[in-house]
Design a protein around this ligand. Structure first.
Ligand SMILES: *Cc1c(COP(=O)(O)O)cnc(C)c1O
Length: 253
């Protein structure tokens, strides 16, 4: 790890934290409600360690095997370097990509949060694999296709209530909120109606008690490098930020 790369990541993190704090302040939200997930997909473990050294604990990956590989590499690094143990031991993984049921085993029971649950078939496999991994529970978000885009992952807004009901059948899962990937708009303001729609949907469902659904506090995962301010203004509690922290990615996702 070069000292300059380390400094670059630390400086970028500081800028993102400032952007988050300013957006919270602008709409009168108390500071500290919004959690930053540093999206480290395609980036090496050394970048993750640099961010960890700068106080970042939550990391997001969108390929199941890549999360598994990095998690095991981090464990191995922690075991071989006692000075790194404390930091690496506190690292939390978030799974933010499309998840096929046959890949659930790579993340179930090992992620702090799976952001992209969108079908009962996936829930069944996550539940089974969480138990098999010896974990009590896997916290999840339901991804909603708020904009109703064809061929996009996420449950249709109209099908959200039924999917939330289905959590009652899976004792190793807990739904803690909702997640959104808006249409690919370069103008952040174009995403505002979608962020707002996710909050409205959540509010409409929040009053109904459901088994294994615990929205207290409600988690809303929305907002990325270019539109995190707008997402925070509309109620995001988790922002997923890659490029603004680690720079552009070479490999296409
Ligand atoms: C890659 C990715 C991000 C981060 O995007 P940036 O524009 O690099 O901040 C956020 N969310 C998801 C689901 C992603 O796949």
């Amino acid at each position: 790890m070069s000292a300059t790369r380390q400094q670059e990541i630390a400086r970028n993190l500081e800028q993102v934290r400032t952007r988050i704090a300013r957006a919270e302040a602008r709409v009168g939200r108390p500071g500290g409600q919004v959690h930053l997930v540093a999206v480290s997909k395609t980036k090496p473990l050394s970048d993750i360690q640099a961010a960890l050294a700068a106080g970042q604990l939550d990391f997001g990956e969108n390929y199941a095997q890549e999360l598994r590989d990095k998690r095991l590499a981090a464990q191995a690094a922690a075991a071989s370097d006692s000075s790194a143990t404390t930091e690496l031991g506190r690292l939390r993984w978030h799974f933010i990509g499309p998840l096929q049921a046959n890949k659930a085993k790579y993340v179930a029971g090992h992620a702090a949060l799976v952001h992209t649950v969108d079908s009962e078939a996936l829930m069944r496999e996550l539940d089974r694999r969480t138990a098999a991994a010896g974990a009590d529970r896997q916290d999840c978000l339901v991804q909603v296709n708020v904009a109703g885009e064809a061929q996009k992952s996420g449950v249709a807004s109209a099908d959200l209530p039924a999917l939330l009901d289905a959590f009652a059948g899976f004792s190793h899962l807990r739904c803690v909120g909702l997640m959104l990937i808006p249409p690919n708009a370069s103008d952040p303001e174009a995403n505002r109606p979608h962020f707002r729609a996710l909050l409205r949907l959540a509010e409409a469902q929040a009053g109904l008690p459901r088994a294994n659904v615990r929205w207290d506090p409600l988690q809303l995962s929305m907002g990325m490098s270019h539109d995190l301010e707008v997402a925070i203004e509309e109620g995001a509690t988790l922002v997923r930020v890659g490029t603004a922290i680690f720079g552009a990615r070479e490999r296409k996702e």
